[in-house]
Design a binder for this molecule. Structure first.
Ligand code: DGY
Length: 386
């Protein structure tokens, strides 16, 4: 028998019972649920990662929907428990859903929501921040100052890399990868090389137009290239940012052999999922190549780092905060709540999950639709005409 978990309750007499496994930013998501006759229960247990048992206890005997987190293991056991409690909806408060067994959800007829669109720019901004911090050795220099070691300007103190005119490499030029590429090209006048199974025509046009603008103003134009392989990007780029989804094909995509292909002074950024990099191989590579730098938001065995990583001066590590801007996190909470609400109320699924603005406008009622249900097709859910 699982231990009881502490909860905070909103609108105790609401008809539908919706559980959130964590307190989430903002209050709009709570208000939207309460206005639609939901009793909202928020788990306030002081435990960062809830176990399957904890979540089963939260679901209880009657539960219409759950909003959960990417740290939770949503598989057969939880979907079966949710379905038994009468639940038909689950939403991750995340765009990624590699913690969810969608086939198991399909088996129990549970809709699975995620939150795309709202975190594109915020995530790209963190990838850009890590790129800059690594290039200019900002974290090392900050530690040096705080340690009281600065005793005067020196020509060789924390010399890093100039980004202008270098090449930025993007592996996975979807929404976040493209937004990052644009920031680096436009902001720092870097040339672009990218690898993606799909051609990113919009991104290519953007770089071409910006290159023409620079040329017309007497500056060196920026260029783009769509690489025919990922290895080409690794070999040619000075700064490389990883933006694939995590699945069997991208597990340890960057391994010992691929690290060896990269330039000795390259910068590698990962704001996607930790297991995309073989972290043990990365630690070895960082040890043997002191000018190679890495900026990591995600880790192979999150929340842990592989031994040695935390000691490496040429690694910048932050705790999975790429989507952590106030606007984005409140928006993610709203979208996750509306995914669950939409399914409970029998609304259709929004036709374009990336066009989320109508759901985020605080001054208007959100559309009567579920913003993003990843298994809508498998469950045969109707699609909104809007
Ligand atoms: C996501 O949404 O998948 C992110 O990793 C959370 O920041």
């Amino acid at each position: 028998m699982a231990k009881p978990v502490s909860i905070e309750v909103w609108n105790p007499n609401g008809k539908y019972r919706v559980v959130s496994t964590k307190p989430m930013p903002g209050t709009r998501w709570i208000n939207l649920l309460v206005e639609q006759d939901c009793r909202v229960e928020i788990c306030t247990q002081k435990k960062t990662i809830l176990s399957v048992e904890d979540i089963i206890a939260l679901i209880g005997d009657k539960c219409d929907g759950v909003i959960g987190q990417l740290t939770e293991d949503w598989g057969e056991t939880l979907f079966s428990a949710l379905s038994k409690a009468g639940g038909k909806a689950f939403s991750n408060m995340a765009v990624g859903y590699n913690n969810v067994d969608v086939n198991a959800a399909n088996k129990y007829g549970v809709a699975v929501g995620n939150t795309p669109g709202v975190l594109t720019e915020t995530t790209a901004e963190l990838a850009a921040s890590l790129s800059l911090a690594a290039a200019r050795r900002i974290v090392e220099a900050d530690e040096f100052m705080r340690a009281g070691l600065y005793d005067g300007w020196l020509p060789n103190l924390y010399v890093g890399n100039l980004l202008k005119g270098q090449t930025v490499g993007v592996i996975g030029a979807g929404r976040i990868g493209s937004a990052y590429a644009r920031m680096m090209v436009e902001g720092f006048k870097m040339n672009l090389i990218y690898f993606d199974l799909y051609q990113s025509t919009r991104l290519e046009k953007f770089v071409t137009a910006y290159g023409e603008f620079l040329k017309a103003n007497g500056e060196q134009p920026v260029t783009w290239k769509r690489a025919s392989s990922m290895d080409e990007v690794l070999q040619q780029a000075d700064v490389i940012s990883l933006h694939p989804i995590l699945d069997k094909t991208t597990y340890h995509l960057v391994n010992k052999e691929r690290l060896a292909l990269m330039k000795k002074e390259a910068i590698l950024i990962n704001c996607s999922r930790g297991p995309v990099i073989d972290e043990v191989a990365l630690v070895e590579h960082l040890k043997h190549n002191p000018m190679f730098r890495v900026g990591l938001d995600v880790f192979e065995d999150e929340p842990y780092m592989k031994p040695g990583l935390g000691d490496m001066k040429n690694a910048i590590v932050v705790p999975h905060i790429a989507s952590a801007s106030k606007w984005t996190r409140e928006g993610m909470a709203t979208l996750a709540a509306l995914n669950v609400l939409g399914k409970i109320k029998g609304y259709p699924v929004w036709s374009d999950p990336n066009r989320v603005e109508p759901f985020l406008n605080e001054n208007a009622r959100p559309p009567a639709a579920a913003p993003s249900i990843v298994n809508a097709k498998a469950l045969g859910l109707p699609v909104s005409k809007l």
